[in-house]
Design a protein around this ligand. Sequence first.
Ligand code: NAD
Ligand code: MG
Length: 395
Amino acid sequence: MNSAAFATKRRISILGSTGSIGRNTLDVMEHLGGRDAFAVPAITGMGNIELLARQARQTGAGFAATADPDRYAELKSALAGSGIEVGAGPSALIEAGHRDTDLLLAGIVGIAGLAPTLAAVAGGADIALANKECLVSAGDLFTAAMSRGGGRLLPVDSEHNAIFQVLEENQRHAVERIILTASGGPFRDYTREQMAAVTPEIAAAHPNWSMGIKISIDSASMFNKALEMIEARHLFGLRPDQIEVIVHPQSIIHSMVGYSDGSVLAQLGAPDMRHAIGYAISHPRRANLPVERLDFARLARLDFSAPDETRFPALALARIAMQRGGLQGAILNGAKEAALDVFIAGRTGFLDMADIVAETMDRLHDGREAASIEDVYAADREARAVARSLLREPA
Ligand code: NAD
Ligand code: MG
């Protein structure tokens, strides 16, 4: 008998399978052998029940959960006769994280991804981390939980995945700095006056990457890069002054590590999240991925410029949050998420978001450390409340 028939399948659960990262993950898994190669203990989504049900049937998932507690019956009926277990609401997401798996892809957007990801961390799963908010809001607690759980932390955010690829573990003593590349977003060359007038639709149209709406707008304001600076600090154990940002409009160099001998190692590739996802879920083997190969003659040039922090104050806010430490990362993120929701609803201006975040960070700066995840949630709630009151939104 074919010995492959006895090979056990790799188990991969996906939080946020219906999102941009989730759909790309399923696409990579399909390319790497689909149901012959992988089992899917659990997947989760929120509003798009039809897609979640279709993904669950296609992958033969063990458990499918929607974050929306009111959609249980709809998901249940969409999966009738499939034998797939169904859940709804926040506790069902945590249940999804608890399902036994080899690797969990954390692809929920926002702080909502923290609790279900931590459930998988505690179970000892390897974590392919797209949800940067886990590290921004709860960095020290999250990395400590990873050490206790024993799983590997594999960055999916393309910049951090790039650094992970070129950071030589046995040369850590010689790492001087990391250089995160930023496309600069759609408003790279806008004046502040032009930026003040942009709509959510314009802000969500990213020049290079196709992503979810929130991260696309965060890229336009460079809050995404701000979150990534804090994420990098926790992932790679660096001081704030070792983390640099350079605008690189082509998004071909995904990030770089500078060493004490003056060498800079970079990882390059087409701007396609399937690189980073495929690398993380295949680690430590490099897989054959369905991504475009670079043609340097056609690219012809790569450009770089320093970011302008008067037009993109988010970068300075990240440095302040790193220097202050404690709960300031959670507060920056909570205020940012609240302001972003109000911007998407069309009730505040694009540039107001950074002002609101700065003011919220100052008001809630009291030097407190996060002793538990509950402290992180409390800081997140408090930051949202302050940001919403500054925006004159109902509590
Ligand atoms: P998305 O909006 O496309 O998808 C988000 C997913 O999370 C969906 O499955 C959605 O159903 C689910 N979700 C949304 N709100 C939820 C809630 N309150 N509770 C539970 N589930 C919820 O987002 P995305 O672009 O795929 O991004 C996912 C994460 O990956 C984000 O943290 C983002 O910063 C990060 N990331 C994304 C990209 C990218 O290319 N899209 C790149 C790097 C990092
Ligand atoms: Mg990124």
